[in-house]
Design a protein around this ligand. Structure first.
Ligand SMILES: *[C@@H]1O[C@H](CO)[C@@H](O)[C@H](O)[C@H]1NC(C)=O
Ligand SMILES: *[C@@H]1O[C@H](CO)[C@@H](O)[C@H](O)[C@H]1NC(C)=O
Ligand SMILES: *[C@@H]1O[C@H](CO)[C@@H](O)[C@H](O)[C@H]1NC(C)=O
Ligand SMILES: *[C@@H]1O[C@H](CO)[C@@H](O)[C@H](O)[C@H]1NC(C)=O
Length: 370
């Protein structure tokens, strides 16, 4: 009898051989795509854990599996595949890394005794046999909870809105016997505090509270606090966290002057400062087309134009731009030169104490100083 796993092994061997043989015979090795078919059967990385919940509450099982190709996960209840057409059952799958799948089976609201069952997580990827693990759910009647069942005394509320970069503290306090442990879910998945250093659970002040520091847009989502002890598991109501991004188009806080006068051969520095959110980069242009700032490292917020030994008048434009727009302001740098020599110089009315000098000049507008 030929099982599916030994068939797979056979195929892998044959492909490996054809690649090696082709290589050995001097053929173009990279022309054989077979070598990519290196497979790995599924294995479970996280198994669902047994749970005691209360009726009208929430039960949530998590299962993680690895393999190549990435495994698919499905759930069974009392040996029958769980259908999510029943609105109390929800399955959420998540891709984890290159070869891992996570899956959550969530039951809400829980019903006793209907939901009391063994729930089984199956992972398969077409290589080898499917793997599975199971966990039992027990739902207690709301009015008849066993002593010590966790009670959430203060939850995080239903929504909160913070600005990008700010810190958020989502509160959660619970009592029970033994004292329950608290963990958090985001979008139904358990938050992994180890891989996200910006997340921490406080143990002083508001023990159990989730602190998110330097919040980012990706922190936005549905958060849920869960209190768990050996007697049972209690979920707080979910909270929607919004992370607002400030959007301010660029504007000049120190615009360059419209005109700067400089004597020929002198140096000049003209600052140009712009603000906005996101912060704009700032660059300078000479005339209509000559870029003065290196495109690959444009300064953000502030750019000082430094000119040495200025010889000719020209227009210099400061440009500030972000994803929200572009603004510009132009400074005319006027180089003050000595005027052209006077013409028609005449001497008249010469006396012992005075003489009258008169002249004219070709272009009176040019005269700045003598
Ligand atoms: C091998 O095949 C690749 C892709 O088909 C091609 O780019 C490469 O030039 C070939 N090399 C030789 C030595 O034929
Ligand atoms: C202009 O700057 C250059 C180099 O920084 C310097 O050598 C020169 O003396 C400066 N000229 C004046 C007029 O300040
Ligand atoms: C212009 O000079 C100032 C100070 O002398 C310096 O900080 C700035 O980086 C210079 N700007 C550029 C674009 O080189
Ligand atoms: C500078 O710009 C002004 C206004 O656009 C223009 O009239 C003038 O000719 C320009 N000057 C130079 C030297 O390009």
């Amino acid at each position: 009898m030929c099982s599916s796993s030994s068939w797979q092994a056979l195929v892998t061997t044959v492909l490996a051989c054809s690649a090696v043989c082709a290589f050995a015979s001097g053929a173009n090795f990279s022309a054989f795509p077979f070598i990519q078919y290196l497979t790995q059967p599924p294995s479970l990385t996280v198994k669902p854990r047994p749970q005691q919940a209360k009726s009208n509450g929430v039960a949530s099982f998590y299962c993680g599996a690895r393999g190549d190709p990435r495994p698919t996960i499905y759930w069974r209840k009392n040996l029958k595949k769980v259908s999510t057409s029943l609105s109390r059952y929800e399955i959420v799958d998540k891709v984890v890394g290159d070869s891992e799948t996570g899956s959550v089976l969530r039951i809400e609201p829980t019903r006793a005794p209907r939901d009391n069952a063994v729930y089984e997580c199956f992972a398969e990827n077409g290589v080898g046999d499917a793997v599975s693990a199971n966990a039992k759910l027990e739902v207690y009647d709301e009015k008849d909870l066993p002593a010590g069942f966790p009670v959430i005394t203060e939850g995080p509320g239903t929504h909160k809105s913070i600005e990008v970069g700010h810190n958020a503290v989502l509160q959660c306090t619970a009592t029970g016997n033994p004292q329950p442990n608290i963990y958090w879910l985001r979008d139904n998945m358990r938050l992994d505090l180890d891989t996200n250093p910006r997340y921490s659970i406080l143990d002083k002040g508001f023990p159990g509270a989730l602190q998110i520091s330097d919040s980012q847009e990706t922190d936005q989502g549905k958060y849920e606090c869960v209190a768990e002890n050996t007697v049972g598991t209690q979920h707080a109501t979910t909270m929607q966290l919004w992370v607002r991004v400030r959007r301010v188009p660029p504007q000049f806080s120190i615009p360059p002057p419209t005109m700067e006068k400089v004597k020929v051969g002198e140096n000049i520095s003209i600052p140009c400062v712009a603000v906005g959110s996101p912060m704009p980069y700032v660059k300078w242009r000479r005339g209509k087309t000559t870029e003065l700032s290196p495109e690959d490292k444009l300064p953000v917020g502030r750019n000082v134009l430094n000119l040495t030994n200025v010889e000719v008048s020209d227009n210099y434009t400061c440009i500030a731009a972000s994803s929200l727009g572009m603004i510009e302001a132009t400074t005319f740098i006027k180089v003050l030169t000595l005027p052209s020599p006077p013409i028609d110089v005449k001497v008249s009315d010469v006396t012992s104490t005075s003489v009258k000098l008169s002249w004219s000049h070709p272009n009176p507008d040019d005269i700045q100083y003598y």
